[in-house]
Design a protein around this ligand. Structure first.
Ligand code: NAD
Length: 489
């Protein structure tokens, strides 16, 4: 497959790729080590230029009829839909995930642009009659949105940030992750053909340099971030300092609960494996703490471990692959360290636990799907590993289990499996998580609110309400006539 990549990408500002004065950094295939392209690390000068372009474009974009903004987003979706195969290959090369997954990312991203193209058409204000007139409450865009995203699903991340912001009449300066910039840089070529200059600007670079310059820029009106809780705090602090609205989609350590009434062990084993291992476990939503009732522990764990023993760890482009390569050596070492921590803490290794060497992909960190029997107070149950590592906790007392499921600093998602509908509803009500899935995991269809409780974030994405986070309300009051004198007697 021809990736059609440029040799080098500079910042994308005002619908043009600039050279940029910063140092160059490499984008390498983490599986093979092959150099894919180089990028300019943007510093204060590039951030200034990008924010200036976005500020200049914003009034005109805000004044563009909603129908036209919607049409342009829809056009972008159509163009992306026609280029999915190439773009899925770019992401698989850039981040090491298997091609089947990065293909699915494209479908979700296209859906996102279409969803917000449609949603903005019904993002209405409100109003009512008052004595002697009316008030209207209208929604206005905020201005320039600084958007910083991680590497795990780069195509979805760009869509989740750009689509609602731009639909609502804002302009954007987006910083992709330094490990996963290429599909976003390629997206810029389509943006240049579809949108007016300055509406969407993209500045590559590392967080400590480019990200910091962007979030502290005085011309920014909103910060939207997806990434770790640790960096999320820096985003919140920057927002507090400048009194800006901040949306944060952060980490997770999600509970997935199996009740004693289940019988379909094969299907549930498959679903909980998918919940924990999809994206090679590099997903904020991953169901990494599996609570299994004593009564069904043996059959479920037999089904799970035999299924995972059949999982194929292989090159990203191997059609048989279930799991593939982690994004970087750093991430690979981090996951192996956590596996070591689990062993040392006394968790019982049930399957996996090692790095695999894959022919032709010697640079890559391919890690077996790993399952520990653990206790909820162990580090592997409390800290986000972001790799294919599942901790299983036995339970017999419902209240104790529920307290443990909620005993986490995170609260992004949760899953549960039962045929007892009242138990399911009661548990869903009591779980401290932004998304709860019953008898399935990972529904993120367009329109489903997505975001975290506790230290998993602030705000909701993927849904109509997201448009509220990208707008502010202005109330305008209209009187039929100036009131008769009533103030100074
Ligand atoms: P990270 O927080 O290190 O990096 C995310 C982004 O922030 C990158 O673009 C990075 O360059 C930038 N960044 C890093 N340090 C910065 C700084 N000091 N100032 C400004 N920007 C900075 O996250 P990561 O390790 O790359 O990604 C994994 C994390 O992202 C996990 O915690 C995962 O749970 C989270 N995540 C959350 C969601 C969600 O929607 N909740 C989705 C995907 C990933």
């Amino acid at each position: 497959m021809q990736l059609g990549l440029d040799k080098h990408y500079g910042p994308f500002i005002d619908n043009r790729f600039a050279t940029g004065s910063g140092e160059r950094f490499d984008a390498r295939d983490p599986a093979t080590g092959e150099l894919l392209a180089t990028l300019t690390e943007c510093g204060a000068a590039e951030v200034d230029a990008a924010v200036a372009a976005a500020r200049a474009a914003q009034p005109g974009w805000a004044a563009t009829p909603i129908e036209e903004r919607s049409r342009l987003l829809w056009t972008l979706a159509d163009r992306l839909a026609g280029d999915m195969t190439r773009r899925a290959h770019i992401d698989a090369h850039d981040i090491g995930r298997r091609l089947g997954e990065t293909t699915y990312d494209q479908i979700i991203a296209v859906g996102h642009y279409r969803y917000f193209a449609a949603a903005i058409m019904t993002h209405e204000g409100f109003g009512r009659a008052i004595p002697n007139g009316h008030f209207i409450a209208k929604r206005e865009p905020l201005g320039v949105c600084a958007q910083v995203v991680p590497w795990n699903v780069p195509t979805i991340m760009a869509a989740a940030k750009i689509a609602p912001a731009v639909a609502a009449g804002n302009t954007v300066v987006l910083k992709p992750d330094e490990h996963a910039s290429l599909s976003t840089m390629e997206l810029c070529k389509l943006i240049a053909e579809i949108f007016p200059p300055g509406v969407i600007n993209v500045i590559p670079g590392r967080g400590a340099v480019t990200g910091q310059a962007l979030i502290h820029h005085k011309g920014v009106a909103k910060i939207s971030f997806t990434g770790s809780t640790e960096v999320g705090r820096l985003m919140a602090a920057a927002g507090a300092e400048a009194l800006l609205p901040v949306t944060l989609e952060l980490g997770g350590k999600s509970a997935n609960i199996v009740f004693p009434d289940v019988t379909d062990f094969d299907a549930i084993a498959d679903n909980v494996a998918f919940a924990a291992m999809y994206c090679n476990g590099q997903s904020c939503l991953a169901g990494t703490r599996l609570f299994v009732h004593e009564d069904v522990y043996r059959p479920l764990m037999d089904a799970l471990c035999s299924r995972l023993a059949r999982a194929v760890v292989a090159a990203p482009f191997d059609e048989k692959a279930t799991l593939s390569c982690l994004v970087s050596e750093k991430q690979g070492r981090r996951v192996l360290d956590y596996i070591d921590v689990g062993r040392k803490e006394g968790a019982r290794l049930l399957t996996g636990g090692s790095r695999r060497q894959i022919a032709g992909c010697e640079a890559g960190y391919f890690i077996e799907p790993t399952v520990f029997e653990a206790r909820n107070d162990m580090r592997i149950c409390r800290e986000e590993i972001f790799g294919p590592v599942l901790s299983v906790i036995r339970w017999s007392d419902y209240e104790v289990m529920l307290a443990q499921a909620n005993d986490s600093t995170y609260g992004l998602a949760a899953g549960l499996y039962t045929r007892d509908i009242s138990r399911a509803l009661d548990t869903a009500d009591r779980l401290q998580a932004g998304s709860v899935w019953v008898n399935q995991y990972f529904n993120l269809m367009n329109g489903t609110p997505f975001g975290g409780y506790k230290q998993s974030g602030l705000g909701r994405e993927f849904c109509h309400e997201t448009l509220n986070y990208y707008t502010q309300l202005k109330s305008i009051t209209l009187a039929k006539s100036v009131p008769s004198p009533f103030y100074v007697r």
